[in-house]
Structures are given as structure tokens and as C-alpha cells.
Design a protein around this ligand. Structure first.
Ligand code: FCB
Length: 498
């Protein structure tokens, strides 16, 4: 299958035909599939349920390991705002969001949730929720306006304040080095198509480590390299807005290389802190029982998951993906001797982000099997959380895992009584946490879980229309309101379980 054909075929499930629910569930059949289906249907935002959303009171309570890291996640461009303050340079997302037609309603991250100014209050809210872990990202252009050179002390100081503030409140910081906001100046030099960007990233990482590194117990390198590859370079609905399949997979290689170089840079500091990649994994199931669907699902799994997992955890790119790309592809030609050894530099943990499964037909199309959320690419399927976590442990061994993103967008509104009622989100989180708990019971070394997201925020091309937060943000006033799901999550944390 040529890569350009793949680009057409890979379009999100929402663009493909909806399959008849219940037909030929293949890998998803069996008791697990049926249980998950019940949960999934209950999880739709528009199906508010009465009563106690925590479910049947006679059911056995689910308890997590005693030191489980209950958390929530955000990223810099999505919440900070203060786009021009304290020496911050421009990122590809500033450029992209300011380009007419690129984001819903022309929304930008200029102000976002104004977290740059409200960080202390936001940290108080986290403490109020009882969070034990907070995952956020550092804005590269705050540290290096043009992506190179001496770090901007004002940028480092902001993150130092946040990190100190978290420690003071008993919350462990988990920091992502790169959540998509590449300095525009580096994009002008070719961005991730330019191998040199991987080295610039390592320099940036080193500057951040030297500034604040020993205060951060867990570092994550690159958030969802696959999303940069697919959304940024295959389909073009994310920055930098390219549609070039051959470039996309060269970008994948350079992102992997950048990851490995940043791991090595941390080791070189001698700090005793941990580091790993943050990968969004999509379980790929055949949509029917045909051999063609099975092989389409296998190849798709290669592009979605193994391309990233195998290279980091086994030191080799998957042979089926390399063969499918072909020897003349820019990616295959761009792999140099020694690159895989860098990419496979030992990591301490793996961050997994789970949102949706994918179902493949024999001709390589994706079909929709479960109810979707407001994000049309998301099918609600809690069993996919279990399948993803157990698969990683089965295929790659007992590497510690943290779930760094999982969540649901809902059409949340501020009620007349000043509350925000989001039972669909509660059902979604409960069902996914139950699936994660089953994975732990079956031997997965899962140490923490982070809801996406702490706050409503700038959801990339969807602007502010999709609300993913536990905490409602009233954008005109920037007032924060804990949604019902936030109150529910606080109780889950108190109970250490469901
Ligand atoms: C993930 C991104 C995160 C957010 C959620 C909904 O892919 O990492 O920034 O957009 O999706």
C-alpha cells in the first residue's frame, strides 16, 4: 500500500462509514466487549443519569495501590496565555492559530486560561482536589525564543515558581519538555523535517534540566509524536499544517531521535530523576473476521503504535512499517547508523495516553464501532484502556507505566445555580479507571493516572469549543468552577478507588 493511499485511508473514523454496532466484533468480542459496551453507552455526554454516578452501591469497591499517583494534565500553549510576555518567542501554534481558517472561530492561545498569571490559584485548586501528581509542559519558546542559545531566565523562573508551588502543596510535578509548540524560528529552518531540530531539542532540554531539572521527579520528552506526524504533516489540521506523507515519517524519525537525545542529555546531568516518552496508543482491531481485516489491523498497529514503541523499547523500527514505507521513502533514507541506539536509550517509565480504539476493514478503512464523543475521532471504549495497558506489558515487559492523558469533552454549561453538571464525564472516567484497575490486577505496573484535563483549555484546531476539563473556565471572566466530575474525582482520590 503506498503511503499516499494510506493517507486517504487513515482519515479519522468519523469520516468513514459507521459500521453496524455488534457486527463481527473480532478482537473486541467476548464478555469484556459487552461490559465495555454498556459502560460506553452510559458515558455519552447527552445521557445524564440520575442517582449516584459511582454506580451500584452493592458492587465490590475498587481500590488502587496505596501510593497511586492521582493526577491531572495540561499543556503550555493550551492554558498559559501571556503569549508575548517575559521574552516568550513565537511558536508554530501562534502562527497556525493566527492564520485565518485554521482554528474554530479563529481562536488562539493568546490568553487561553490565563494560567501564566493565575498559576498560584490553579495550584490551590489542585491541592483542593487532592491531586498527588500534576503533569504540565514547558513552552520551548519561553525558554529559547528562537529555539537556540542561552535560556531566558524569566521563562525558567516561571516554571520554577510552579514547581516550587507544587512541592509546597504536596503535589509531584511531571513535566513534558515538548507539547507541540516548536519555536517558529526552527520551523522556518525546516522544523522537524530538519534533522538538526532534534539536536536543538537536546540543547533546549539540557538548558531546562540545568535550570530546574533536579526539582522534577519525572520528565517526559515529547508529547504524542504520532499526533505531530499525522495531524501536523499527514492531514494538516494541526501546526504546521502540512499534507506531505513522505515528510511526515521523516518527521517521525526526527522526533524519535530528539526523544533519545533528550534522554541522554538528562543522564549526562547526573540528576537522579526519571524520564520517558509520552505516547498516545490506539488499539487497532479488525472490523470483521476476514484475514484481510486482520492484516490491515496489524499494519495499522505498526503505524499507530509499534513505530514509536518498538523503536524506543526494542531499538528497531517495525519491519512491516519500513517495508510499507519503502526503501526510497525519506524516513528510511533518513535513518543513520547509530540512530536507533540513541532512540532506544533506556527509559525509566512509559507514559501512555488512551482515548480511542480503531477498527480496520479489509481494505484498510477505519470504521466506527462505539458511540463517539464531541471529538468526532473519539469512540468511547473503556476496554481499550485495558487492552492497551496489558498489551504494553505483555509485548515490552514490566516497564513502569503512567497514564498521562484520558478524558472526554462534554458540552458543559454553567447552570443557574452556578454548578456544572457533567455526569457523562464521570461515567467515562469511572469506566476507564475500572479498566485500568483490572489491568493492574492482571499485572500491569501502572503507577499513576492523569485526567485530561485539569482545566478547560484551547483544544488546538477546535479552539475553546470543546471542554475537556475537570474545572470549568468561564473565559470572559477567567473564573474557575469545579465541575461535578471534579468533586467526584476528589472523592475517588480520598477513597483511593471507585
Ligand atoms: C491529546 C493532546 C492534548 C489534548 C487531548 C484532547 O492528543 O495531547 O493536548 O488535545 O488530546
Amino acid at each position: 500500500m503506498s503511503i499516499l493511499t494510506r493517507r486517504r485511508l487513515l482519515r479519522r473514523a468519523a469520516l468513514s462509514a459507521t459500521a453496524t454496532a455488534g457486527a463481527g466484533l473480532s478482537a473486541a468480542t467476548g464478555a469484556g466487549g459487552l461490559i465495555a459496551a454498556t459502560g460506553a453507552l452510559a458515558a455519552g455526554c447527552d445521557t445524564p443519569k440520575g442517582g449516584d454516578p459511582s454506580g451500584d452501591p452493592t458492587a465490590e469497591r475498587v481500590r488502587f495501590p496505596h501510593d497511586f499517583g492521582w493526577g491531572a494534565a495540561t499543556s503550555a500553549y493550551q492554558i498559559e496565555g501571556a503569549a508575548k510576555e517575559d521574552g516568550r518567542g513565537e511558536s508554530v501554534w501562534d502562527t497556525f492559530s493566527h492564520t485565518p481558517g485554521r482554528t474554530r472561530n479563529g481562536d488562539t492561545g493568546d490568553v487561553a486560561a490565563d494560567h501564566y498569571h493565575r498559576w498560584a490559584d490553579d495550584l490551590d485548586l489542585m491541592r483542593d482536589l487532592g491531586l498527588r501528581s500534576y503533569r504540565f509542559s514547558i513552552s520551548w519558546p519561553r525558554i529559547q525564543a528562537d529555539g537556540t542559545g542561552k535560556p531566558n531566565q524569566r521563562g525558567l523562573d516561571f516554571y520554577k515558581r510552579v514547581i516550587d508551588g507544587l512541592h509546597e502543596r504536596g503535589i509531584a510535578p511531571m513535566v513534558t519538555l515538548f507539547h507541540w509548540d516548536l519555536p517558529q524560528a526552527l520551523q522556518d529552518d525546516g522544523g522537524w523535517e530538519n534533522r538538526d531540530t532534534a539536536h536543538r531539542f537536546a540543547d533546549y532540554a539540557d538548558a531546562v534540566y540545568r535550570g530546574i531539572g533536579d526539582q522534577v521527579p519525572v520528565w517526559l520528552t515529547i508529547n504524542e509524536p504520532k499526533t505531530v506526524v499525522q495531524n501536523g504533516y499527514l492531514w494538516g489540521h494541526h501546526a504546521p499544517g502540512r499534507q506531505d506523507a513522505d515528510a511526515a515519517y521523516l518527521v517521525a524519525h526526527h522526533l524519535q531521535l530528539a526523544h533519545g537525545l533528550a534522554v541522554r542529555a538528562l543522564r549526562a546531568t547526573g540528576y537522579d530523576t526519571r524520564i520517558g516518552p509520552a505516547l498516545n496508543l490506539h488499539p487497532c482491531y479488525p472490523a470483521d473476521d476476514s484475514p484481510a481485516a486482520a492484516s490491515a489491523a496489524t499494519l495499522h498497529d505498526g503505524y499507530e503504535n509499534r513505530l514509536y514503541l518498538d523503536s524506543i523499547l526494542t531499538g528497531a523500527y517495525p519491519a512491516d512499517v519500513l517495508a510499507d514505507l519503502g526503501p526510497d521513502s525519506r524516513m528510511v533514507k533518513g535513518i543513520r547508523d547509530g540512530d536507533l541506539a540513541v532512540i532506544a536509550s533506556p527509559v525509566d517509565l512509559l507514559a501512555v495516553q488512551y482515548y480511542t480504539p480503531l477498527y480496520l476493514t479489509g481494505n484498510g478503512n477505519t470504521v466506527t464501532r462505539w458511540p463517539t464523543s464531541e471529538a468526532d475521532w473519539q469512540q468511547i471504549y473503556p476496554q481499550g484502556m485495558y487492552d492497551t495497558l496489558t498489551r504494553v506489558t505483555r509485548d515490552y515487559g514490566p516497564i513502569p507505566i503512567t497514564v498521562t492523558e484520558n478524558g472526554l469533552p462534554c458540552p458543559d454549561t454553567l447552570g443557574p445555580d452556578g454548578t456544572v453538571d457533567d455526569p457523562g464525564r464521570i461515567a467515562f472516567l469511572r469506566d476507564h479507571l475500572a479498566a485500568a484497575h483490572r489491568a493492574i490486577a492482571d499485572g500491569v505496573p501502572l503507577e499513576s493516572y492523569h485526567v485530561w484535563s485539569l482545566l478547560d483549555n484551547f483544544e488546538w484546531a477546535e479552539g475553546y469549543e470543546q471542554r475537556w476539563g475537570l474545572i470549568y473556565v468561564d473565559y470572559p471572566t477567567q473564573r474557575r468552577v469545579l465541575k461535578r466530575s471534579a468533586h467526584w474525582y476528589r472523592q475517588v482520590i480520598r477513597d483511593n478507588g471507585l
